[in-house]
Design a protein around this ligand. Sequence first.
Ligand SMILES: NC(=O)c1ccc[n+]([C@@H]2O[C@H](COP(=O)([O-])OP(=O)(O)OC[C@H]3O[C@@H](n4cnc5c(N)ncnc54)[C@H](O)[C@@H]3O)[C@@H](O)[C@H]2O)c1
Ligand SMILES: [Fe+2]
Length: 384
Amino acid sequence: MQDFSFSTVKTIINELGSCHRQLGTIAKSLAITRVLVVTDAGIVQSGMIEPALASLTAMGVVSVVYTDVVADPPEIVVERALTFAREQQIDGVIGLGGGSSMDVAKVIALLTKSSQSLQEVYGVGNAKGTRLPLIQIPTTAGTGSEVTPISIITTGETTKQGIVSPLLIADVALLDAELTVGLPSHVTAATGIDAMVHAIEAYTSQHRKNPYSDLLACEALRLLSKHIVTAVEDGHNLIARSAMLYGAMLAGQAFANAPVAAVHALAYPLGGHYHISHGLSNSLVLPHVLRFNLPNAVQAYAELAHVVNPYARAKPITLAEYFIEAMQTLISAVKIPTTLRQLNVPETDLPMLAKDALLQQRLLMNNPRLVTEVDALAIYQAAY
Ligand SMILES: NC(=O)c1ccc[n+]([C@@H]2O[C@H](COP(=O)([O-])OP(=O)(O)OC[C@H]3O[C@@H](n4cnc5c(N)ncnc54)[C@H](O)[C@@H]3O)[C@@H](O)[C@H]2O)c1
Ligand SMILES: [Fe+2]
């Protein structure tokens, strides 16, 4: 058997209603007495905060709420949140929201009591010391940030940087699918495709793919591909919502250990330049990257075809092509835009996007096929 090491969150609680019922007890078990809840305005509007705060209060845990996270959090937003946190005498952090809120919560837990600056911790393994106790509660079924050692910050007009450190792995991930019931259908669709991409790219990751990450990626893709259309069409279906939330978490565990590749590398410039959401950016390029990768990924995609349809029988190349078609069909079924043209991306920008995508070597090195600037341009043209 191949050698590997694997890390994840120590405690995962997957239970409907657990945010309201258990959050206070969990905070208490981590010896938290005064906690900062990190979230965004959309979550506040949805009314999800009150039950969480009531649970904390019931157990005598004082809560302070920071509500100013924005999607794809820019550095300035993170710095402001950090300044706020340092004034609050907190001894614990809760991230409540999508990847944006959870990623900011990670940085706050890491840096509130640290002498390191945000700039010093970008990159892999640069964070030092310890962090405050951290509970992550996802409200989208997408990023898997609740179990990853990664925080993604927007550092310039159009660029993102990651902080990657075992210190960012939370103490507790609390999965309560009731929190995702009000997620709008287009966000359900885009974040769900993001989670599927995590599973697919983990399964074909060139460096740290291993039997354990494969197991997680396959089960994630099985659940996500089976339930995404129902979750989009019937947001109150708790079976579909639970499967999506659990599937997204499994995909997070998979890619935290076998990192993502060209789909994410080509998606990032779309988010950076046009503020297209992370999930939608991934969805727009997914079928075209899969087609590009096909010559080097026949076996892997054929295996994934069996995951989405256990009854499929054909030779590997036919199965691999079937898998790509199946992903394209799912993207159409969840009714989100499928071309860059629909999102008013100027066609003349494509060469600039290709140049930008090539800067993401941290991700491209995991891709099953080498991507040149010419290749990236051809993929964007196919997505146009
Ligand atoms: N840390 C990681 O491992 C990792 C992995 C992938 C992506 N990311 C990052 O995560 C961010 C994207 O996160 P995301 O896709 O989860 O979206 P998000 O956190 O940006 O949220 C998107 C929108 O959905 C709203 N929302 C979230 N949950 C809701 C709910 N239950 N009901 C109603 N509205 C709700 C939010 O208010 C927000 O307006 C990006 O910055 C991306 O780079 C991080
Ligand atoms: Fe992603």
